[in-house]
Design a binder for this molecule. Structure first.
Ligand SMILES: [Zn+2]
Length: 403
């Protein structure tokens, strides 16, 4: 297909996802529109498609207010938190030992300083969950404060460009929580022991979401699985994270529509990479538990197509013969280079199950992982995408998959 036509298609896919649909967080109406759009496109290109239904939670943020000793403080509702209306003494904890030692039951608990330096991994998250996070969650659940206020700083590597970041983002954790900036946390520290009133209007809404799986080829015992997550962080357009990944899959599906090779190509729109419970990933793992040995390669696209710098491919346990072919591809497509390994993405699922994987992203984001302020913010919009890079990835993968 000519470049012009691919370019038009790419623009139209990105506009559909980031402008027309916009909200694509798991459980939202837009998320279901995005998966059904994806499924229709692939089946119209002759791919055998399947929708896998997921039970999820959507969330409505009605705002929160905090008053201590007649003063108001700015707080934001932690995503997926339960709401609350409580009046109780304000107390504070800044490290794990203090949390262990202090009497906090029934109080409104301020977490600031060292204990609030990282976003806690959700309690049921199985892939990466540091013991320290699990200990904090366990102590909080055991001691049952009436509500939690976390005061957080900047942490780009774990929270993208979001400041303040919610220390708790977990629909499985049932102590109501809000969060605020480090600076507001310092103001609150002067009110410890006083009576605080916290009202949080936050609602959990049971909803449905879907993974979309599309296949073409013959031999299920030799699968190449090409993945990109289709969800976006709530309230953000998610252009680089990860509408470009979805657009790449759609363009690739078109370039491969006459594919008649032996290996089974499986294109998967994962639902949940930017959602606390990663439901699509868990569903896929459950359904493939005894079949990972048939996956000869995973290619995961996340964070690709940024206007600055090259596309970076990171290789994980890729066998020599396949790596040699990839090296040829890197020579042939000069906007693509080899990048360092990074673990935060759906390729880790395949690596953990013993499959070779290639992660496709933007070199710029890998270089700026600790300092960038774009991911999970409104800055991640179509204006920062270079469609020519998205097309180059689709063309390069088409070339590779036909080898
Ligand atoms: Zn992502």
């Amino acid at each position: 297909m000519e470049k012009d036509k691919l370019y038009q298609k790419c623009v139209s896919y990105l506009e559909t996802l980031c402008k027309e649909i916009l909200e694509r967080s798991v459980g939202s109406e837009g998320n279901r529109r995005a998966t059904s759009f994806f499924e229709k496109e692939l089946s119209s290109l002759g791919w055998q498609t399947e929708m896998s239904e997921l039970d999820v939670l959507d969330w409505e943020d009605g705002g929160a207010t905090l008053q201590v000793a007649d003063k108001s403080f700015n707080v934001l509702v932690s995503p997926y938190s339960l709401g609350c209306s409580v009046q109780a003494p304000l107390i504070s904890v800044s490290c794990l030992e203090e949390l262990d030692r202090q009497e906090i039951t029934g109080n409104i608990l301020l977490l600031s300083g060292d204990i609030a330096k990282e976003q806690l991994m959700p309690k049921n998250f199985v892939f990466y969950n540091p013991e320290e996070h699990q200990n904090i969650i366990a102590l909080l659940e055991q001691k049952q404060p009436a509500a939690i206020i976390s005061a957080t700083g900047r942490n780009a590597a774990l929270a993208g460009g979001v400041y303040p970041f919610p220390m708790i983002e977990d629909g499985d954790f049932d102590i109501p929580s809000v969060y605020t900036t480090e600076a507001e946390g310092k103001n609150l520290l002067s009110c410890i022991g006083k009576s605080a009133i916290l009202e949080s209007r936050s609602t959990r809404i049971p909803a449905k979401a879907y993974n979309v799986i599309a296949r073409k080829g013959k031999d299920m015992a030799k699968r190449i699985v090409i993945t990109a997550h289709i969800d976006a962080k709530k309230g953000t357009p998610g252009a680089i994270d990860n509408a470009t990944g979805v657009a790449t899959l759609l363009l690739l599906a078109e370039l491969l529509k006459d594919y008649d090779g032996d290996r089974m190509l499986e294109i998967v729109a994962f639902n949940g990479e930017d959602y606390y419970a990663v439901p699509g990933q868990m569903d896929y793992i459950g359904k493939n538990q005894d079949h990972f040995e048939s996956i000869v390669l995973n290619i995961n696209i996340d964070g690709a197509g940024y206007k600055e710098g090259k596309t970076a491919l990171s290789f994980f346990n890729v066998p020599e013969a396949m790596k040699a072919m990839c090296n040829d591809m890197l020579v042939k497509y000069d906007g693509i280079t080899e990048g360092i390994q990074w673990p935060q993405g759906d390729h880790s699922i395949f690596i953990q199950h013993g499959c070779p994987a290639i992660a496709v992203s933007s070199q710029w984001f890998i270089d700026h992982i600790d300092s960038q302020e774009i991911t999970h913010t409104p800055k991640d919009n179509i204006a920062i995408v270079d469609c020519r890079k998205v097309i180059e990835i689709a063309e390069a993968l088409n070339w590779l998959l036909r080898k």
